[in-house]
Design a protein around this ligand. Sequence first.
Ligand SMILES: NC(=O)c1ccc[n+]([C@@H]2O[C@H](COP(=O)([O-])OP(=O)(O)OC[C@H]3O[C@@H](n4cnc5c(N)ncnc54)[C@H](OP(=O)(O)O)[C@@H]3O)[C@@H](O)[C@H]2O)c1
Length: 235
Amino acid sequence: MPNKQGKKKIKKVCIVGASGKLGRYMVRHALDRGYEVVGVCRERSVGKLDAFKGRITVVPGPTNDPGIIKKAVAGCDGILTVLIPWRIQQYSSGTAQAVLDHAPAGARLIFSCGWHITRDGQDVYSPGFKALLKAMTWFMRFIRVAEIDDQVKACRRIFASNTQWTVVRGSSLEEGESQGLPVWSRHIGDPILKSDMTRRIDFALFMVTALEDDGLIREAPAIVGCKTPSALAFK
Ligand SMILES: NC(=O)c1ccc[n+]([C@@H]2O[C@H](COP(=O)([O-])OP(=O)(O)OC[C@H]3O[C@@H](n4cnc5c(N)ncnc54)[C@H](OP(=O)(O)O)[C@@H]3O)[C@@H](O)[C@H]2O)c1
């Protein structure tokens, strides 16, 4: 589906989860666009942002801490949030709630998640995908590594909010040079998504580009790399 370019003027953005791989790519894209950048990451991960020293402001702390988020998002026109389900601590839903509660009115809110999130139940998943997701959700919780279902809860809260949100649903990811802006569809099962692969740098590009794309407000685009066979075949 073509991206409609919108009009929202963005000057200052907050990147919540800035020290991860996706987060650091987003910092790069945001700086390339000339945005003022505030990054939030766990205290022990601040060093992972050393490459950007002097060019961004870092607010250290857990991303699900409302006080940290309130401080970090003040004055921001856009907030890019990496929703991650690690540990058994409601980290995704806590992070999403803090952003929803403290984002300045009218700010563009962009969240990341995976294809397993469905907004309207119209996504079509293969039986293998559904079985694997169910098993992984149970197993990761059992070994107390991750709460995949908490990411689902986080997204339900976002979908129900009346903010200017976009939830970007990433396919499987790989590293590598940028191939350009991914293509997207509203629903898993669309043949354009069949290749199920996106460069992580381009996932970040889609998130940052979405800040100024009003056509993506209250959408949950499922993305795939623009040079993958399915994207080339069905574009
Ligand atoms: N990986 C995939 O194949 C895939 C596929 C589809 C969608 N996605 C989505 O892409 C986004 C990022 O995925 P990614 O693979 O690229 O990961 P990533 O960017 O490397 O992000 C990992 C994040 O998790 C944080 N983290 C790690 N362990 C943690 C812990 N115990 N407690 C709290 N935070 C912790 C990291 O923070 P520190 O820097 O502080 O460690 C970092 O911000 C997520 O929204 C995910 O749902 C991923």
